[in-house]
Design a protein around this ligand. Structure first.
Ligand code: IMP
Ligand code: MG
Length: 176
């Protein structure tokens, strides 16, 4: 059992399961983007670990950039995505957006608008976790590590009020 502030969490996915998911995604990314010199665009803060793991496994030249958006407050999405750190010089680039988790899809949708405004040549979306039941958009998520149910999780970059990102495994909110 894990306690973070007022909430209790139970173990959900081991670090081995996470590593296997990352390896699966990295095989697909290496296959699709061979020779393309992609820019991996990590979405801060949640995707900092996944971005590191994915880029370490990329076999070829690539760049690594970050964008910072905010939509969550506690365990609920606010539906209002703010840009805290923006991007520049992505025109003509092949971009791989690296997300920790796609939930409602508001964040991804906002990032796609930004990439289109930046005139990128093409983009792919990679997310370590995906909640299909919560997803409300139409954009394809090109690479998915693990599909999970619509329950709040923490660990491996994902937080609850800023806590839990450093945990090497994933914990799920305990049912009341
Ligand atoms: P979306 O905009 O609703 O798709 O939410 C995306 C962002 O909300 C993710 O990048 C996470 O930062 C955060 N988020 C969504 N679900 C969870 C969760 O279960 N735990 C922690 N953060 C989450
Ligand atoms: Mg995120």
């Amino acid at each position: 059992m894990l306690q973070l502030q007022d909430l209790q969490f139970v173990p959900f996915l081991s670090s081995t399961e996470i590593k296997e998911a990352i390896e699966k995604v990295s095989v697909q990314v290496n296959r699709d983007l061979a020779g393309k010199k992609p820019v991996f665009l990590g979405v801060l803060n949640g995707a900092y670990l996944f971005t590191a793991e994915l880029t370490k496994r990329f076999q070829g030249d690539c760049e690594v950039e970050f964008i910072k958006l905010k939509s969550y407050s506690g365990t609920k999405t606010t539906g209002n995505v703010q840009e805290l750190i923006g991007v520049e010089n992505l025109e003509g680039k092949t971009v791989v957006v690296v997300e920790d988790i796609v939930d409602t899809g508001n964040t991804i949708s906002e990032i796609i608008k930004i990439l289109q405004a930046e005139k990128v040549t093409s983009y792919k979306i990679a997310s370590l976790f995906y909640k299909p039941e919560a997803y409300q958009k139409k954009h394809t998520i090109d690479y998915i590590g693990i599909e999970i149910s619509d329950k709040f999780i923490v660990g491996f970059g994902l937080d609850y009020n800023g806590l839990g990102r450093n945990l090497p495994e994933i914990y799920q909110l305990k049912e009341a």
